[in-house]
Design a protein around this ligand. Structure first.
Ligand code: 13P
Ligand code: SF4
Length: 326
Protein backbone atom coordinates (compact mmCIF):
# COMPACT_ATOMS: atom_id res chain seq x y z
CA UNK A 1 0.00 0.00 0.00
CA UNK A 2 1.35 3.47 -0.87
CA UNK A 3 1.91 6.06 1.89
CA UNK A 4 -0.99 8.13 0.54
CA UNK A 5 -3.36 5.15 0.52
CA UNK A 6 -2.30 4.20 4.07
CA UNK A 7 -2.99 7.80 5.18
CA UNK A 8 -6.45 7.70 3.63
CA UNK A 9 -7.23 4.38 5.35
CA UNK A 10 -6.20 5.79 8.73
CA UNK A 11 -8.41 8.85 8.20
CA UNK A 12 -11.30 6.64 7.14
CA UNK A 13 -10.94 4.50 10.28
CA UNK A 14 -10.98 7.59 12.49
CA UNK A 15 -14.06 8.89 10.66
CA UNK A 16 -15.90 5.60 11.22
CA UNK A 17 -14.96 5.61 14.94
CA UNK A 18 -16.23 9.16 15.38
CA UNK A 19 -19.42 8.40 13.45
CA UNK A 20 -20.11 5.51 15.84
CA UNK A 21 -19.33 7.60 18.95
CA UNK A 22 -21.57 10.45 17.84
CA UNK A 23 -24.33 8.30 16.35
CA UNK A 24 -23.80 10.05 13.02
CA UNK A 25 -24.84 8.94 9.57
CA UNK A 26 -22.63 9.95 6.64
CA UNK A 27 -24.49 10.51 3.38
CA UNK A 28 -22.51 11.00 0.15
CA UNK A 29 -23.71 11.98 -3.30
CA UNK A 30 -22.66 9.92 -6.32
CA UNK A 31 -20.40 12.81 -7.47
CA UNK A 32 -18.20 12.77 -4.35
CA UNK A 33 -14.56 11.74 -4.61
CA UNK A 34 -13.84 8.00 -4.16
CA UNK A 35 -12.47 8.08 -0.57
CA UNK A 36 -15.51 10.04 0.63
CA UNK A 37 -17.91 7.61 -1.07
CA UNK A 38 -16.01 4.69 0.44
CA UNK A 39 -16.32 5.92 4.03
CA UNK A 40 -20.00 6.90 3.81
CA UNK A 41 -22.95 4.92 5.17
CA UNK A 42 -24.99 5.62 2.04
CA UNK A 43 -24.04 6.80 -1.42
CA UNK A 44 -26.81 7.81 -3.80
CA UNK A 45 -28.66 10.34 -5.90
CA UNK A 46 -30.52 13.37 -4.58
CA UNK A 47 -33.78 11.47 -4.14
CA UNK A 48 -32.23 8.44 -2.45
CA UNK A 49 -30.22 10.58 -0.05
CA UNK A 50 -33.28 12.68 0.85
CA UNK A 51 -35.11 9.45 1.61
CA UNK A 52 -32.21 8.25 3.77
CA UNK A 53 -32.18 11.56 5.68
CA UNK A 54 -35.95 11.37 6.23
CA UNK A 55 -35.79 7.92 7.77
CA UNK A 56 -32.49 7.97 9.70
CA UNK A 57 -32.40 7.19 13.41
CA UNK A 58 -28.98 8.89 13.77
CA UNK A 59 -28.63 12.03 15.90
CA UNK A 60 -26.27 13.70 13.47
CA UNK A 61 -26.31 13.80 9.65
CA UNK A 62 -23.06 14.65 7.87
CA UNK A 63 -23.91 15.50 4.29
CA UNK A 64 -21.11 15.03 1.77
CA UNK A 65 -22.67 16.84 -1.13
CA UNK A 66 -23.65 20.41 -1.88
CA UNK A 67 -25.43 22.98 0.27
CA UNK A 68 -29.01 22.52 -1.00
CA UNK A 69 -28.75 18.80 -0.15
CA UNK A 70 -27.81 19.55 3.47
CA UNK A 71 -30.63 22.12 3.63
CA UNK A 72 -33.10 19.51 2.40
CA UNK A 73 -31.94 17.13 5.15
CA UNK A 74 -32.31 19.90 7.75
CA UNK A 75 -35.86 20.64 6.56
CA UNK A 76 -36.80 16.97 6.74
CA UNK A 77 -35.15 16.49 10.15
CA UNK A 78 -35.64 19.75 12.08
CA UNK A 79 -34.65 18.10 15.38
CA UNK A 80 -31.32 16.72 14.14
CA UNK A 81 -28.01 18.44 13.59
CA UNK A 82 -26.96 18.51 9.94
CA UNK A 83 -23.34 19.22 9.03
CA UNK A 84 -21.64 19.89 5.71
CA UNK A 85 -17.83 19.56 5.62
CA UNK A 86 -17.43 22.73 3.49
CA UNK A 87 -19.98 25.54 3.52
CA UNK A 88 -18.71 26.85 0.18
CA UNK A 89 -19.98 23.75 -1.65
CA UNK A 90 -22.78 25.44 -3.59
CA UNK A 91 -24.46 24.69 -6.91
CA UNK A 92 -24.39 26.86 -10.03
CA UNK A 93 -27.81 25.56 -11.09
CA UNK A 94 -29.42 26.43 -7.77
CA UNK A 95 -28.04 29.97 -8.13
CA UNK A 96 -29.96 30.51 -11.40
CA UNK A 97 -33.32 30.94 -9.61
CA UNK A 98 -33.74 32.89 -6.37
CA UNK A 99 -36.84 33.46 -4.24
CA UNK A 100 -37.46 36.98 -5.57
CA UNK A 101 -37.33 35.76 -9.16
CA UNK A 102 -39.67 32.88 -8.41
CA UNK A 103 -42.15 35.16 -6.61
CA UNK A 104 -42.21 37.49 -9.63
CA UNK A 105 -42.69 34.53 -12.02
CA UNK A 106 -45.54 33.15 -9.89
CA UNK A 107 -47.24 36.56 -9.96
CA UNK A 108 -47.41 36.30 -13.78
CA UNK A 109 -49.11 32.87 -13.59
CA UNK A 110 -51.33 32.92 -10.48
CA UNK A 111 -53.10 29.64 -11.43
CA UNK A 112 -49.92 27.66 -12.02
CA UNK A 113 -48.57 24.80 -9.93
CA UNK A 114 -44.90 25.39 -9.09
CA UNK A 115 -42.51 22.45 -9.49
CA UNK A 116 -38.90 23.11 -8.58
CA UNK A 117 -35.94 20.84 -8.92
CA UNK A 118 -34.36 19.87 -5.62
CA UNK A 119 -31.29 21.83 -6.77
CA UNK A 120 -32.72 25.05 -5.29
CA UNK A 121 -32.38 27.02 -2.07
CA UNK A 122 -34.73 26.39 0.86
CA UNK A 123 -36.32 29.81 0.20
CA UNK A 124 -37.22 28.74 -3.37
CA UNK A 125 -38.61 25.44 -2.11
CA UNK A 126 -40.76 27.37 0.38
CA UNK A 127 -42.49 29.05 -2.60
CA UNK A 128 -43.03 25.74 -4.43
CA UNK A 129 -45.90 23.25 -4.52
CA UNK A 130 -43.76 20.25 -5.44
CA UNK A 131 -40.06 19.52 -5.56
CA UNK A 132 -38.65 16.85 -7.83
CA UNK A 133 -35.30 15.33 -8.71
CA UNK A 134 -33.97 14.07 -12.02
CA UNK A 135 -35.18 10.65 -10.88
CA UNK A 136 -38.86 11.55 -10.59
CA UNK A 137 -39.48 14.81 -12.53
CA UNK A 138 -41.65 12.98 -15.07
CA UNK A 139 -43.76 11.25 -12.40
CA UNK A 140 -44.19 14.51 -10.44
CA UNK A 141 -45.47 16.29 -13.55
CA UNK A 142 -47.84 13.40 -14.31
CA UNK A 143 -49.22 13.67 -10.75
CA UNK A 144 -50.49 17.20 -11.48
CA UNK A 145 -53.93 17.50 -13.14
CA UNK A 146 -53.58 17.94 -16.90
CA UNK A 147 -55.45 21.26 -17.04
CA UNK A 148 -53.23 23.03 -14.48
CA UNK A 149 -50.37 25.07 -15.94
CA UNK A 150 -46.98 24.29 -14.41
CA UNK A 151 -44.00 26.52 -13.70
CA UNK A 152 -40.93 24.30 -13.82
CA UNK A 153 -37.47 25.47 -12.76
CA UNK A 154 -34.67 26.04 -12.71
CA UNK A 155 -33.13 23.49 -15.10
CA UNK A 156 -34.21 24.07 -18.71
CA UNK A 157 -32.79 20.80 -20.06
CA UNK A 158 -34.55 18.69 -17.44
CA UNK A 159 -37.70 20.75 -18.11
CA UNK A 160 -37.48 20.18 -21.87
CA UNK A 161 -36.89 16.46 -21.29
CA UNK A 162 -39.87 16.14 -18.92
CA UNK A 163 -42.05 18.14 -21.32
CA UNK A 164 -41.18 15.82 -24.23
CA UNK A 165 -41.71 12.64 -22.24
CA UNK A 166 -45.04 13.74 -20.74
CA UNK A 167 -46.22 15.62 -23.86
CA UNK A 168 -47.29 18.39 -21.51
CA UNK A 169 -47.94 21.63 -23.39
CA UNK A 170 -48.76 23.93 -20.44
CA UNK A 171 -45.30 23.63 -18.87
CA UNK A 172 -43.41 26.92 -18.52
CA UNK A 173 -39.70 26.37 -18.09
CA UNK A 174 -37.17 28.64 -16.35
CA UNK A 175 -33.99 29.19 -18.38
CA UNK A 176 -31.47 27.93 -15.80
CA UNK A 177 -28.70 25.40 -16.28
CA UNK A 178 -25.86 23.58 -14.54
CA UNK A 179 -22.44 24.65 -15.86
CA UNK A 180 -21.16 21.04 -15.79
CA UNK A 181 -24.03 19.40 -17.69
CA UNK A 182 -24.92 22.27 -20.03
CA UNK A 183 -21.44 22.04 -21.52
CA UNK A 184 -22.10 18.60 -23.07
CA UNK A 185 -22.83 19.15 -26.75
CA UNK A 186 -24.27 16.79 -29.37
CA UNK A 187 -20.74 16.70 -30.90
CA UNK A 188 -19.42 15.10 -27.68
CA UNK A 189 -21.99 12.34 -28.03
CA UNK A 190 -21.14 11.91 -31.74
CA UNK A 191 -17.45 11.58 -30.94
CA UNK A 192 -18.11 9.02 -28.22
CA UNK A 193 -20.42 7.03 -30.51
CA UNK A 194 -17.62 6.73 -33.04
CA UNK A 195 -15.06 5.76 -30.40
CA UNK A 196 -17.29 3.22 -28.61
CA UNK A 197 -19.77 1.84 -31.14
CA UNK A 198 -21.01 -1.06 -28.97
CA UNK A 199 -21.49 0.95 -25.79
CA UNK A 200 -24.68 1.97 -24.02
CA UNK A 201 -25.11 5.73 -23.56
CA UNK A 202 -26.16 6.98 -20.15
CA UNK A 203 -27.19 10.62 -20.23
CA UNK A 204 -28.23 12.79 -17.28
CA UNK A 205 -31.34 14.85 -18.12
CA UNK A 206 -29.53 18.07 -17.11
CA UNK A 207 -27.16 17.67 -20.07
CA UNK A 208 -27.13 20.19 -22.90
CA UNK A 209 -27.22 17.34 -25.42
CA UNK A 210 -30.47 15.82 -24.14
CA UNK A 211 -32.81 17.45 -26.64
CA UNK A 212 -30.70 16.39 -29.60
CA UNK A 213 -30.34 12.86 -28.17
CA UNK A 214 -34.10 12.60 -27.89
CA UNK A 215 -34.43 13.67 -31.51
CA UNK A 216 -31.86 11.02 -32.52
CA UNK A 217 -33.78 8.46 -30.52
CA UNK A 218 -37.04 9.36 -32.25
CA UNK A 219 -35.38 9.12 -35.65
CA UNK A 220 -33.73 5.82 -34.64
CA UNK A 221 -30.34 7.29 -35.46
CA UNK A 222 -29.30 6.44 -31.90
CA UNK A 223 -30.94 3.10 -31.14
CA UNK A 224 -33.53 3.32 -28.39
CA UNK A 225 -32.07 0.27 -26.68
CA UNK A 226 -28.59 1.84 -26.53
CA UNK A 227 -29.43 5.17 -24.89
CA UNK A 228 -30.80 5.91 -21.45
CA UNK A 229 -31.65 9.35 -20.15
CA UNK A 230 -31.70 8.88 -16.40
CA UNK A 231 -30.62 10.12 -12.96
CA UNK A 232 -27.30 9.15 -11.42
CA UNK A 233 -28.93 6.29 -9.49
CA UNK A 234 -30.68 5.09 -12.64
CA UNK A 235 -27.23 4.92 -14.29
CA UNK A 236 -25.70 2.87 -11.46
CA UNK A 237 -28.64 0.47 -11.56
CA UNK A 238 -28.49 0.22 -15.35
CA UNK A 239 -24.84 -0.83 -15.58
CA UNK A 240 -25.41 -3.55 -12.96
CA UNK A 241 -28.36 -5.02 -14.87
CA UNK A 242 -27.23 -4.58 -18.48
CA UNK A 243 -25.56 -7.42 -20.41
CA UNK A 244 -23.45 -4.74 -22.18
CA UNK A 245 -19.72 -4.48 -21.36
CA UNK A 246 -19.10 -0.79 -22.22
CA UNK A 247 -20.83 2.38 -21.16
CA UNK A 248 -20.41 6.02 -22.11
CA UNK A 249 -21.46 8.18 -19.19
CA UNK A 250 -22.67 11.76 -19.60
CA UNK A 251 -22.68 13.16 -16.11
CA UNK A 252 -20.21 14.26 -13.43
CA UNK A 253 -17.25 11.86 -13.45
CA UNK A 254 -17.49 11.01 -9.72
CA UNK A 255 -20.15 8.47 -10.62
CA UNK A 256 -17.59 6.29 -12.39
CA UNK A 257 -16.04 5.39 -9.04
CA UNK A 258 -19.28 3.83 -7.83
CA UNK A 259 -19.86 2.01 -11.13
CA UNK A 260 -16.37 0.51 -11.12
CA UNK A 261 -16.69 -0.50 -7.49
CA UNK A 262 -20.18 -2.01 -7.61
CA UNK A 263 -20.03 -3.46 -11.12
CA UNK A 264 -16.37 -4.27 -11.80
CA UNK A 265 -15.15 -5.95 -14.97
CA UNK A 266 -16.97 -3.58 -17.33
CA UNK A 267 -15.62 -0.49 -19.08
CA UNK A 268 -16.83 3.02 -18.30
CA UNK A 269 -15.95 6.09 -20.36
CA UNK A 270 -16.89 9.68 -19.48
CA UNK A 271 -18.43 11.47 -22.46
CA UNK A 272 -16.09 14.28 -21.48
CA UNK A 273 -13.33 14.10 -18.87
CA UNK A 274 -14.06 17.78 -18.13
CA UNK A 275 -17.40 16.98 -16.49
CA UNK A 276 -16.27 17.79 -12.96
CA UNK A 277 -18.35 19.75 -10.47
CA UNK A 278 -15.92 21.90 -8.50
CA UNK A 279 -18.49 22.27 -5.70
CA UNK A 280 -18.89 18.52 -5.20
CA UNK A 281 -15.10 18.16 -5.23
CA UNK A 282 -14.70 20.64 -2.36
CA UNK A 283 -15.56 17.87 0.11
CA UNK A 284 -12.39 15.99 1.03
CA UNK A 285 -11.81 13.20 3.50
CA UNK A 286 -9.78 15.59 5.68
CA UNK A 287 -12.68 18.08 5.78
CA UNK A 288 -15.09 15.26 6.58
CA UNK A 289 -12.94 14.24 9.55
CA UNK A 290 -12.70 17.85 10.74
CA UNK A 291 -16.47 18.18 10.41
CA UNK A 292 -17.06 15.22 12.72
CA UNK A 293 -14.33 16.24 15.19
CA UNK A 294 -15.31 19.89 15.51
CA UNK A 295 -19.06 19.61 14.82
CA UNK A 296 -18.87 21.99 11.85
CA UNK A 297 -20.42 23.37 9.68
CA UNK A 298 -24.02 23.28 10.78
CA UNK A 299 -26.73 23.85 8.18
CA UNK A 300 -29.97 24.92 9.82
CA UNK A 301 -32.90 26.26 7.84
CA UNK A 302 -34.94 28.85 9.80
CA UNK A 303 -38.25 27.33 10.91
CA UNK A 304 -40.49 29.81 9.04
CA UNK A 305 -38.86 28.76 5.74
CA UNK A 306 -38.44 25.08 6.67
CA UNK A 307 -42.11 24.74 7.61
CA UNK A 308 -43.16 25.97 4.15
CA UNK A 309 -40.53 23.96 2.25
CA UNK A 310 -41.33 20.64 3.96
CA UNK A 311 -44.54 19.80 2.09
CA UNK A 312 -43.11 20.12 -1.45
CA UNK A 313 -40.10 18.01 -0.38
CA UNK A 314 -42.33 15.37 1.24
CA UNK A 315 -44.34 15.19 -1.97
CA UNK A 316 -41.11 14.65 -3.89
CA UNK A 317 -40.07 11.84 -1.56
CA UNK A 318 -43.44 10.14 -1.91
CA UNK A 319 -43.55 10.17 -5.73
CA UNK A 320 -41.80 7.44 -7.77
CA UNK A 321 -38.21 7.55 -8.98
CA UNK A 322 -35.46 5.01 -8.52
CA UNK A 323 -34.11 7.02 -5.59
CA UNK A 324 -31.35 4.71 -4.48
CA UNK A 325 -30.84 1.39 -2.85
CA UNK A 326 -31.63 0.77 0.81
P1 13P B 1 -29.07 13.30 -9.25
O1 13P B 1 -30.33 13.62 -8.53
O2 13P B 1 -29.32 12.56 -10.53
O3 13P B 1 -28.13 12.59 -8.35
O4 13P B 1 -28.38 14.66 -9.72
C1 13P B 1 -27.97 15.64 -8.79
C2 13P B 1 -27.21 16.73 -9.40
O5 13P B 1 -26.72 17.62 -8.77
C3 13P B 1 -27.06 16.69 -10.84
O6 13P B 1 -26.06 17.51 -11.21
FE1 SF4 C 1 -25.11 21.72 -9.13
FE2 SF4 C 1 -24.26 20.99 -11.53
FE3 SF4 C 1 -22.72 20.53 -9.44
FE4 SF4 C 1 -24.99 19.12 -9.79
S1 SF4 C 1 -23.15 19.09 -11.09
S2 SF4 C 1 -24.29 20.05 -7.88
S3 SF4 C 1 -26.32 20.68 -10.70
S4 SF4 C 1 -23.32 22.56 -10.22
Amino acid sequence: MSMAAAGTTALAQRIRELAREKNAVILAHNYQIGPVQDVADFVGDSLGLSRQAARTKADLIVFCGVHFMAETASILCPDKRVLIPDLEAGCSLSDTLNAQQLAAWKAQYPDAVVVTYVNTSAAVKALSDYCCTSSNAVEVIRAIPEERPILFGPDMFLGAYASRVTGRKNLHIWAGECHVHAAVRPEDVERAREAHPGADFLIHPECGCVTSCMVYLKDKDLRQEDAYITSTEGMVNHVARSPKREFVVATETGILHRMRKETPGKKYFPVSAEMECRFMKMITIEKLLHSLEAGVHEVKVPSDIADKARLPIERMIAIGGSGGKD
